[in-house]
Design a protein around this ligand. Structure first.
Ligand code: 1CP
Length: 343
């Protein structure tokens, strides 16, 4: 058994680097679109273990990635807490916003286990289907990013409302973050019990915050989640993804206790090699728009990443999820380049 992802996360890379892709299951694959078309409701898909397991495995059949990531979404947590969540075609997630302290009374952790049970069943099904070389990754959104969607009511790129609440009434906003921390810890521990071998925490909106707020709303909650995972399962590696954090990636890597850190495409490779790799396994960071456009530029971007980051602990991945219009052949080409890489 050679689980290259687990080796990389314990700083023992050998041979070509392991790889997987954020959003490796998704709309760029015709076989995904086919299963997606069987239900109009995206969350229902996340809660259908057989379909979700099938979708999780689809990209592996094509590309034999070193990891499978469970097909689900970060917004199952607000759904499980009782907030109204739906996904609208062409728009994205739409939530009935929570915007003030009294709205928190509508959230309840009573149903979490029941609502999320199907995701655990998906994990069992996928685990059974995987070969011995493929690592199973579970995930959750980090509290700041999940709070972003809960307060904004969807994707609002500048996060005005969530930042306003955090500034104006940090006491009640902390309560929301605490609710999310507790729910997330409970959820990821159950994922581990069900068979995932790595947890990735997505903090996609971390880049909205200044250094002080980043410490409070990004580093602290992620640190608390990592600490709880390590308390119960010291050998389960955690990968953090404070997207667009710039130089603050270092503070995050140093202070949260993560084993790996996913960098977005704006992070300089030399800086990541020099500053991050000595303390953490680096995962990333091909620009998803280069993956979309392909060609020679893509080839040289991939080689450059491999050249610079493969000297240290490293997992090849993207800087952000695969875009829906990406031609599957481009993914195939990248896989070929990584597989044939010989330092
Ligand atoms: O079929 C469709 O139309 C739905 C598209 C889709 C998919 C395939 C969404 C809606 N979510 C997912 C799956 C998903 N989401 C996975 C599955 C595993 C895989 O990677 O293959 C994962 C890990 C996520 C995580 C997720 N969801 C994040 C964190 C990572 C990131 O992209 O920054 C976020 C922010 C979401 C919210 C979300 N889910 C879907 C949309 C359109 C959005 C909003 C994105 C935005 O605000 O721009």
């Amino acid at each position: 058994m050679t689980k290259k992802i687990l080796h990389a996360l314990t700083r023992n890379n050998t041979g070509r680097p392991p790889f997987w892709f954020m959003r490796q299951a998704g709309r760029y694959l015709p076989e995904y679109r086919k299963v997606r078309a069987t239900t109009s409701n995206f969350l229902e898909l996340c809660y259908s273990p057989k379909k979700a397991a099938e979708i999780t495995l689809q990209p592996l059949r094509r590309y034999k990635m070193d990891a499978a990531i469970i097909f689900s979404d970060i917004l199952v947590i607000p759904d499980a807490l009782g907030q109204k969540v739906k996904f609208v075609d062409g728009v994205g997630p739409v939530l009935e916003p929570v915007s003030k302290a009294s709205d928190l009374d509508c959230l309840s952790s009573e149903e979490i286990d029941n609502v999320l049970q199907p995701v655990l069943e998906t994990i069992t099904l996928v685990k059974y289907a995987l070969n011995n070389n493929t690592t199973l990754i579970g995930f959750a959104g980090s509290p700041w990013t999940v709070a972003f969607y809960m307060v904004e009511g969807g994707s609002n790129k500048d996060g005005t409302k969530v930042k306003y609440w955090a500034k104006k009434n940090s006491y009640s906003f902390q309560k929301l973050i605490d609710i999310l921390c507790d729910a997330t810890i409970r959820y990821v521990l159950k994922q581990i019990e069900s068979g995932v071998e790595v947890i990735q925490l997505f903090d996609s909106w971390a880049g909205l915050l200044n250094r002080e707020d980043f410490k409070r709303w990004v580093i602290e909650p992620n640190r608390r989640i990592v600490k709880n995972i390590k308390f119960h399962y010291p050998n389960i590696p955690v990968i953090g993804f404070p997207r667009n954090a710039g130089k603050k990636y270092f503070d995050f890597a140093q202070q949260t206790g993560v084993d790996g850190i996913n960098i977005d495409h704006t992070v300089s490779l030399d800086w990541a090699a020099e500053v991050l790799q000595p303390i953490c396994t680096v995962q990333g960071n091909l620009d998803n728009s280069i993956l979309l456009s392909g060609g020679k530029e893509m080839d040289s971007a991939v080689k450059n990443i491999l050249d610079i980051l493969s000297r240290g602990p490293f997992i090849f991945n993207l800087g952000h999820g695969i875009l829906p219009a990406t031609p599957p052949e481009h993914v195939e080409r990248v896989v070929k380049l990584v597989n044939s890489w010989r330092g």
